[in-house]
Design a protein around this ligand. Sequence first.
Ligand SMILES: NC(=O)c1ccc[n+]([C@@H]2O[C@H](COP(=O)([O-])OP(=O)(O)OC[C@H]3O[C@@H](n4cnc5c(N)ncnc54)[C@H](OP(=O)(O)O)[C@@H]3O)[C@@H](O)[C@H]2O)c1
Length: 281
Amino acid sequence: MDASLPAVTLPGGESVPALGQGTWNLGDSRATRREEIATIRLGLDLGLDLVDTAEMYGDGRAEELVGEALAGRRDEAFVVTKVYPHNASREGTAAACERSLRRLRTDRIDLYLLHWRGTIPLAETVEGFEALRRAGKIRHWGVSNLDLADMQELWAIAGGPHVAANQLLYNLSHRGIEWDLMPWLSRHHVAVMAYSPIDQARLLRHRKLGAMAERVGRTPAQLALAWLLSRPGVIAIPKTSHRDRMRENAAVLSRPLTKAEAEELGRSFAPPSGPAPLAMI
Ligand SMILES: NC(=O)c1ccc[n+]([C@@H]2O[C@H](COP(=O)([O-])OP(=O)(O)OC[C@H]3O[C@@H](n4cnc5c(N)ncnc54)[C@H](OP(=O)(O)O)[C@@H]3O)[C@@H](O)[C@H]2O)c1
């Protein structure tokens, strides 16, 4: 990865790009496939080297698309994918990982996440992840949509403190995790991956954000992403299937928020004033 770009350090000391690419809903249509692949490859050119996908997305079609897009460029990317909770037993995790590796056309996953918490005990999932890590099939593992109590439980399990990241709904309109989960993750050096960073495009229609964007000469998507990049330890993974939007989003890498812009956004989108159940999509 380009050392001049914003990065987040994982617990083991490895740096990963703070701006990556989401892939939910990619790979579903033959008509848009070429543009989607070109968009992912352009993202790599522009420094968005972290690519987030999941076995769930399009029943494996997003992973297949990522595999195709990364053909010949695998070493440039940090690949994140996720196991379904119902597959996250010790043996189920190993089998799901093999299927994902095949679809992604690779021999290793850089970060493998439990997509959300299901009924299989976390200890079993951790055992599965740790076995995959020892076997070199995955390099790091983490979780997604786990709240503070879940994280504390995970931390107490043998191997649990090896968790590298928690992928969470986090954007200007959803700041609930700032109350207690983010401070806990930061104290324990667990990275935050902010999913739906532009609130699935809803933030683009936000009146105050639109007005501010016009005034400061940026787009609403750029303000929303630049705000996330200004938060320490946060990796944002916007999804787009269009090259022009990829260019627009990537432009935030060369123009961080000013202090005044950060303060204005902080006033327009208030932080939480108390604990609330974890929001998720
Ligand atoms: N762990 C989890 O449970 C979880 C849950 C949700 C998402 N995720 C991950 O996080 C990624 C991002 O979240 P998301 O896809 O839900 O939402 P998002 O990235 O906040 O928003 C994606 C939407 O915004 C549009 N968009 C992107 N850039 C734009 C721009 N510059 N101007 C106008 N529209 C723009 C996209 O349309 P086009 O594609 O048409 O450009 C798409 O409709 C996902 O793809 C997935 O990898 C994880």
